[in-house]
Design a protein around this ligand. Structure first.
Ligand SMILES: [Zn+2]
Length: 287
């Protein structure tokens, strides 16, 4: 059933729960709450959400693909988090300047930025000075472009297990962010394949969580509205059964002032960075 076929009252009810109190995209960034504090986001929904989806886009910004995604996010009233790579915004070439402007546009539309290193490398393979460069240079570039240093960190390939890389993230008080739903958009080449994978992942993770996608892939951008159709249909089924639908939230709703939430507000656990046996192991070397 398409959203347009839903009874108007049901559609309004769905929108009310799917879009909880978000700022209107394009109206400027929402009031900022610090995400710093040595926590980590393991990919599961915050406890106050029975079901949730939080979209994250890695490896950009990419001037050829990210702008269209921003328009699609606006159309669906979704705020997301972009984990950006430093080398894409460092330099005087026209595309570097355009991608720095793109960072500002991402923030202007109310999305969050996170640090995804400078060279997109496995931090644990590097010497301490190199790890510091990967994190700090990217943070500097984002801060110079937008006025805000990223507080969220996603290590390339989700690999943040080596003590020296974990220590570097903890020393900077960054919040590592993992994911629960992997669209595997790095190993396919069509929007339909990305959407099919998302649908399958939603069956495997019935309460949702953080979604991993890449705004550098055109098929991922084209998949986004198809994925929103999947969510709308699934939510209609859930509501019809009297169950909580998926709320679409952003990563700032996963982080709590220390002490507010004993489960998710715990200090970074250096031995078990993903925090839960229900989380997935580190992924293959493609994202
Ligand atoms: Zn990546």
């Amino acid at each position: 059933m398409s959203p347009s076929r839903l009874a108007p009252s049901l559609l309004l009810a769905l929108l009310a729960v799917v879009l909880p109190a978000q700022a209107t995209p394009g109206s400027g960034a929402p009031a900022r709450r610090s995400l710093l504090g040595g926590q980590h986001i393991d990919g599961r929904c915050p406890p106050r959400f029975r079901r949730c989806l939080a979209f994250t886009f890695d490896d950009g910004p990419e001037i050829l693909t990210t702008p269209r995604l921003l328009d699609m996010l606006d159309e669906h009233h979704v705020h997301a988090t972009f984990f950006v790579v430093g080398h894409r915004i460092d330099g005087d070439a026209p595309h570097h300047r355009a991608q720095r402007n793109l960072l500002r546009e991402i923030v202007r539309r109310g999305h969050l930025l996170g640090n995804h290193t400078y060279h997109h490398v496995v931090l644990g393979n590097l010497r301490p000075g190199q790890i510091a460069f990967e994190i700090d240079r990217t943070g500097d570039l984002v801060a110079q472009s937008t006025g805000h240093r990223p507080e969220l960190m996603r290590a390339p390939f989700g690999m943040l297990t080596a003590p020296r890389s974990l220590g570097a993230v903890a020393a900077r008080n960054l919040t590592p962010a993992y994911w629960m739903i992997d669209t595997h958009d790095w190993e396919v080449t069509s929007a339909e394949a990305v959407t099919a994978r998302f649908r399958q992942e939603l069956l495997e993770h019935p309460y949702g969580g953080v979604v991993l996608m890449h705004d550098t892939r055109p098929w991922s951008v084209r998949a986004f509205p198809l994925i929103m159709q999947v969510v709308a249909r699934r939510n209609a089924q859930l509501v019809a059964r009297g169950e909580a639908p998926f709320a679409i939230i952003n990563l700032d709703q996963f982080v709590f002032p220390r002490g507010e939430d004993p489960l998710r507000g715990a200090p970074l656990n250096l031995r078990h960075p993903r925090g839960s046996s229900t989380s997935r192991p580190p992924h293959s070397l493609s994202r």
